[in-house]
Design a protein around this ligand. Structure first.
Ligand SMILES: NC(=O)c1ccc[n+]([C@@H]2O[C@H](COP(=O)([O-])OP(=O)(O)OC[C@H]3O[C@@H](n4cnc5c(N)ncnc54)[C@H](OP(=O)(O)O)[C@@H]3O)[C@@H](O)[C@H]2O)c1
Length: 243
């Protein structure tokens, strides 16, 4: 076994792809969700029902693991939400929900994870999921851009602080993923084709590719403070336009 891997946002679409891949890679999965476990949740997994967008909820995850005698080795924080709205259309409630899901939850979970790892003697790895909108201006994404930009800054600062504890902190910066959270952006073939055209490789991002990158980073011994773009070229390259 690779170790005990805490996975947040366990009821989400990416988690449904990531958790089987993590099990197959030898991790024991500890699923964390605001929801109850689904009926088909594998018996070997632990399922903890907590809201990790609060400090108390995040702390409770590791307190419960401590009581059960389970030492978490790694964290895959998959909680988050998409909000397609410009500044003027974003209500205070939407803004707060977006920051809670994407940034507060990451901050509180990483804080609780490093405390648990330091109590356990150090070492370990944490990975997060950012978005291309953190790195390049994409219209009508102000709140999620602010939240994911904060997440990427958190990854770098925490990686610096905890390098001496041998705790690796990294992220994957995903483009638009083919998932229910993006269903309104991919609602029909025309919308899907238009979305694809924004990506130099002409593809919407597959959750499998993001899951593989997260698993790679969890096992990488000499990488920390990095955000790996899985974005079909969106942030880095501009193909020549020809007529
Ligand atoms: N879908 C995309 O196109 C896309 C693109 C770039 C980045 N991402 C990022 O990839 C990650 C996974 O996305 P996904 O497509 O799997 O989305 P998803 O299906 O909506 O899953 C995200 C999960 O996050 C948890 N969550 C939502 N709001 C929360 C809150 N306020 N507090 C705590 N947990 C909350 C929920 O899990 P529980 O109900 O189990 O708690 C939810 O199922 C997210 O971080 C997302 O921002 C997605």
């Amino acid at each position: 076994m690779r170790g005990n891997l805490v996975v947040t946002g366990a009821s989400g679409a990416l988690a449904q792809i990531f958790m089987p891949a993590a099990r197959a890679a030898g991790w024991r999965v500890i699923a964390v969700s605001r929801r109850e476990p689904p009926a088909d949740s594998p018996a070997e997994d632990l399922w903890l029902q907590e809201d990790v967008s609060t400090m108390a909820g995040a702390e409770a995850v590791f307190a419960r693991l401590g009581e059960a005698g389970v030492l978490p080795d790694a964290l895959a924080h998959l909680s988050g939400m998409l909000l397609l709205a410009g500044l003027a259309q974003t209500s205070e409630e939407q803004y707060r929900a977006c920051m809670a899901a994407n940034l507060d939850s990451a901050f509180f979970m990483l804080r609780a994870f490093v405390k648990a790892r330091r109590r356990g003697g150090g070492g370990g790895a944490a990975v997060f999921v950012s978005s291309v909108v953190a790195d390049i201006g994409v219209s009508f994404h102000e709140a999620v851009a602010a939240a994911k930009g904060g997440l990427e800054a958190l990854i770098m600062a925490a990686a610096a602080t905890h390098a001496r504890d041998q705790i690796h902190v990294n992220g994957v910066r995903s483009g638009l993923m083919d998932s229910p959270a993006a269903a309104h952006l991919l609602r029909n073939e025309r919308a899907r084709e238009m979305a694809k055209q924004q990506y130099p490789l002409g593809e919407i991002i597959s959750p499998q590719e993001v899951a593989s990158a997260l698993l790679y980073l969890l096992g990488a011994e000499q990488i920390t403070g990095q955000v790996l773009a899985v974005d079909a070229g969106f942030g880095a390259v501009r193909p020549l336009c020809s007529v």
